[in-house]
Design a protein around this ligand. Structure first.
Ligand SMILES: [Zn+2]
Length: 310
């Protein structure tokens, strides 16, 4: 991606930990003296003003972290911050980087976002193509299958990730279901890299909403009408708490009137085309999960159905 050993990084979100080089006992003093790997990872739980203070002081070459934490921080940046903060690029990982998080980040910092898809079991699974858009599967690290049930999907189709690690000798993972949904891309990458690709990382399977008629939809179908109808939103979370009820939580930038809020609920419900009630509530904040990740949508109803059938 073009990160140099002497680049200064600053990150927000995820688990702060030393770089791999610094995990060699006794190496930290030396690497710091040489000016290598000066990445500082701030805790996601910091108040916005404290995190912003650190960012102003760090003036990083590379901005790293979870897309939602970084996008959240842009909401507090002053026009002066926007001029002064000029990283070369932004590297996101750890959760789904949604289209609007990416837009917020590129518009604020004026540089590209490179997203990575990784897991604890396999480490790096896929990294965004340097040309942007699609993801290169790290074929030297794992064998990745994209399945619909037991059937391998074709290019452009959605399926579940099933992976086999090529280097995990102490704890083998053989055709392991990660419960992640992706869209399989072209092979090889149209820009020449000799790897299979993923078009999109859609997120966790528990994020799929189960409708009363048995259909399963991924909530990204609801995001388009939501954003079209509510340009005033700062952050949102869609929760299917019952099969026939979806709660849309919105943190607004400005105070929309009751009619605007009702219009959001109507247009989201219309996109579903099912007997499901959509309720929209305005909140001051939507806190992240205990692990610091932010879930833009999840379904309690699908989880119940899965546990019942298991
Ligand atoms: Zn490529």
């Amino acid at each position: 991606m073009g990160m140099r050993p002497t680049d200064r990084g600053w990150g927000l979100g995820g688990t702060p930990r030393p770089s791999s080089m610094e995990r060699v006992p006794g190496s930290r003093f030396l690497t710091r003296r040489l000016g290598f790997h000066l990445t500082h990872a701030a805790n996601w739980g910091l108040p916005a003003e404290v995190a912003l203070g650190q960012l102003r002081q760090a003036q990083p070459d590379v901005l790293v972290g979870s897309a939602s934490s970084l996008a959240w921080l842009t909401g507090f940046m002053t026009p002066e911050d926007r001029v002064r903060s000029r990283p070369r690029y932004i590297s996101t990982a750890g959760e789904t980087c949604t289209a609007e998080m990416r837009r917020q980040l590129t518009e604020t910092f004026g540089v590209p976002v490179h997203d990575e898809y990784a897991s604890h079991e396999f480490n790096l699974i896929a990294a965004e193509c340097p040309q942007g858009g699609r993801y290169h599967i790290q074929v030297w690290n794992l064998i990745l299958e994209v399945l619909d049930g037991d059937r391998p999907v074709g290019t452009g189709e959605e399926g579940e990730v099933v992976a086999t690690g090529l280097h995990s000798f102490a704890m083998p993972f053989l055709r392991y279901r990660l419960n992640d949904l992706v869209i399989l891309g072209r092979s090889p990458c149209p820009y020449g890299a000799p790897v299979t690709t993923l078009d999109k990382i859609l997120g966790r399977t528990i994020e799929r909403f189960l409708l009363p008629d048995g259909r399963q939809v991924h909530p990204y179908v609801l995001v388009r009408p939501l954003l079209a109808e509510a340009p005033w939103l700062r952050r949102y979370q869609m929760v299917q708490d019952r099969p026939d009820h979806i709660l849309g939580k919105i943190v607004p930038m400005t105070g929309p009137g009751p009619e605007a809020v009702a219009a959001v609920a109507r247009s989201v419900a219309a996109a579903l085309d099912a007997p499901v009630e959509v309720e929209v509530v305005l909140l001051d904040d939507i806190p992240p999960e205990p692990n610091g990740k932010y879930r833009p949508y999840y379904s309690l109803a699908s989880g119940l159905a899965q546990r019942r059938s298991a």
